[in-house]
Design a protein around this ligand. Structure first.
Ligand SMILES: [Zn+2]
Length: 265
């Protein structure tokens, strides 16, 4: 068996690879050990997933939506206790439990002498950089393709040897070339809920699919809380996707054709 990224013999690797990080509630899309070798797995966790997950915007989203990390904790959010005291807010897993606010002694002294304090949670924290997002997409794209081929004989080996995937592989592994653009837009509000079975209300955290255009260009389409992120698997350009969107009146490939939802217009 060889690693789908660095192509080294990887039969003895022990780690399983989460296509979407576990910290974003993924327990389903997982590649068995050896598909991605331990070295690449550790490298991606450190150099790609961590910078993505630790960006202010994603942390804030995880806090607001109550998504726990691997240790079952929801990341704390930074806030400001008016008029000027920095604060950290933590919340428990259920989300409806108490919020715990951690502030300085100076802020406590201020609160004791006033009738209360207003806590502001700043919105729209810094997004991960474009390059981090693109590399995150490149990594997931190759893994998602391997995941689709897991049950077919020789399918995963095909991913490892397919030369057309080499540029995208190099970008995920080494960040070369420097720029590989992606397309980002919101396709539904971050907190939109969809009806599940019975009285359950489900929230879509993440979903992904591939788009193959009539020009035979392959795109990986990923959505995180309604933020659609798209990367071209064949080359460092995104114009083909923009043109596809124009031809399809802005539909998302996630909800078009075979994926169309019955309630879609
Ligand atoms: Zn590897």
């Amino acid at each position: 068996m060889q690693c789908i990224f660095c192509k080294v013999e990887s039969s003895s690797s022990v780690s399983v690879e989460h296509i979407v990080p576990e910290s974003l509630w993924n327990t389903k899309h997982v590649l068995p050990h050896g598909v991605v070798c331990d070295t690449c797995n550790n490298y991606f966790a450190r150099e790609i997933e961590k910078p993505f997950l630790d960006s202010a915007a994603i942390k804030q989203l995880r806090f607001l939506e109550g998504i726990p990390n691997k240790r079952g904790r929801i990341p704390a959010a930074s806030a400001i206790l008016m008029p000027k005291f920095p604060a950290a807010i933590t919340r428990d897993l259920k989300g409806d439990g108490p919020m715990i606010v951690d502030v300085s002694e100076e802020a406590i002294a201020h609160l004791m002498n006033s009738s209360g304090g207003t806590l502001l949670l700043p919105m729209g924290g810094r997004q991960p950089d474009d390059r981090v997002i693109s590399r995150f997409l490149a990594k997931m794209a190759i893994e998602a393709m391997a995941y689709r081929l897991l049950s077919s004989d020789g399918g995963v080996d095909y991913i490892a040897i397919e030369a057309q995937l080499d540029p995208l592989r190099r970008f995920a592994r080494r960040g070369e070339p420097k720029n590989w653009p992606h397309h980002a837009r919101r396709i539904y509000p971050a907190d939109s809920k969809v009806a599940g079975k019975g009285d359950n209300v489900l929230q879509t955290v993440h979903e992904f699919d591939f788009l193959v255009t009539e020009h035979n260009e392959w795109y990986f389409v990923f959505a995180l809380f309604g933020l659609e992120l798209v990367i071209n698997m064949g080359g460092a350009e995104i114009e083909g996707y923009v043109a596809w969107l124009v031809r399809n009146e802005g539909a998302s490939p996630l909800y078009q054709g075979k994926n169309a939802r019955p309630n879609d217009n």
